[in-house]
Design a protein around this ligand. Structure first.
Ligand SMILES: [Zn+2]
Length: 374
């Protein structure tokens, strides 16, 4: 890992400055991506931007900026994006600053102020190294400065054609992935949260333990078709299995559910009826668990835990205990109340409810051996 400090005049950075919208913002003779394609947009307001210009005009130091060397002759801004954009946008006459109570756009500035800005030097650390080293180092830098998300950090390291294409699908407010999945998956595309969720899903699907491993493997690919295909498969599967939409479907880990259960067969009209029935069942205290419950109940004897089923209250249990005279009906032994647990005589999964007449007390050992777990 090499970190090289360099002073770079604003005049040099401004050379070739071009804001290409979604395709990124470039400067420094086209060699610097101030904002790479499909990344979070400029968020400084005019006051913050003006204070950058005032700092520069007075010749005071701005905080150090970090550029990443992406290729032998190209860089990306890791930290300092908004300060750099503030300066560039002022030089493009996009907002005025106030001097002695008067508003000045760039072209109206007195000559000495003009020179003061153009000759001002940014203090830039240029870093170069293995991807894993950069990522580790960026995390440390990030604590102090730019507050990038984990996925934004990964994106600043694993650059290339694959990433540009992936961002096209996953990284804008109205990107295709957001439009497709908004009813089911939460996450701000601008903060790369949707991309992160898709990546986490496909990694699990392919048995890859780290997102960085996936990105390192595919970063030189021409496109991100595989990831986009996978993500579409997930959403289409959800829509097929659960054709009727409920609001509590939003925010579940659908990628994970797809990975786990997409090879099983489900009857969607049975599923629809079951979702409706469970939403109406007062014993179900965690409705968000209904979907995974229905996917796994045939294979997981403990599936009921997903619904946080209502338990018998103490009054019901005491009544059952006294009815049984403290005897466990399975082993026939006597136990203290505290050594016993409330149990559904007719299991909940067979239609039994959490009502006093369906309550019996079992000793812990017998309750643990029961095959109907819920
Ligand atoms: Zn017993």
């Amino acid at each position: 890992m090499k970190i090289e400090p360099k002073q770079i005049k604003i005049r040099e950075v401004f050379d070739g400055y071009a804001d290409q919208g979604d395709d990124g913002v470039f400067a420094y003779g086209g060699r610097l991506a101030i904002r790479p394609p499909y990344q979070r947009e400029f968020v400084y307001d005019n006051d913050q931007a003006e204070s950058v210009i005032q700092t520069v005009l007075k010749g005071f130091p701005l905080n150090v900026m970090y550029w990443v060397k992406a290729s032998p002759d190209s860089y990306e801004v890791l930290d300092g994006q908004q300060r750099t954009l503030s300066v560039m946008q002022y030089l493009k006459h996009q907002y005025p600053i106030t001097l002695d109570g008067k508003k000045y756009y760039w072209d109206a500035l007195p000559d000495d102020s003009y020179d003061a800005i153009m000759n001002y030097e940014f203090m830039v650390y240029i870093c170069e190294g293995k991807e894993s080293e950069k990522l580790e180092w960026f995390r440390v830098v990030n604590i102090a400065g730019a507050k990038l998300t984990e996925q934004e950090l990964r994106n600043s390291v694993y650059t290339g054609a694959w990433l540009s294409d992936a961002k096209r699908y996953f990284s804008k407010r109205n990107c295709a992935a957001k439009l497709l999945s908004d009813k089911y998956i939460t996450g701000d595309p601008n903060r790369q949260e949707l991309l992160e969720k898709a990546l986490r899903g496909i990694c699990e699907y392919q048995g890859i333990s780290e997102i960085t491993e996936y990105m390192a493997r595919y970063k030189s690919d021409a496109d991100a078709d595989e990831l986009w295909q996978y993500f579409q498969d997930v959403i289409h599967w959800v829509e097929k299995i659960f054709p009727k939409y409920f609001l509590d479907m939003k925010g579940l880990d659908w990628c994970h559910l797809y990975n786990e259960y997409h090879n099983f067969a489900y009857n969607s009209s049975v599923m629809a009826a079951e979702v409706k029935r469970l939403h109406e069942d007062e014993d179900v205290q965690k409705p968000k668990g209904i979907y995974e419950f229905l996917l796994c109940r045939d294979t997981d004897p403990f599936a009921g835990r997903l619904l946080n089923l209502r338990a018998f209250d103490k009054r019901d249990k005491l009544a059952a205990y006294s009815r049984q005279n403290g005897i466990c009906p399975i082993c026939g032994e006597h136990f203290a109340f505290e050594e016993m647990e409330g149990d559904h005589i007719k299991p909940w999964s067979k239609g039994g409810q959490t009502t006093p007449d369906n309550c019996q007390m079992l000793c812990k050992a017998c309750n643990g051996k029961k095959s109907d777990k819920y």
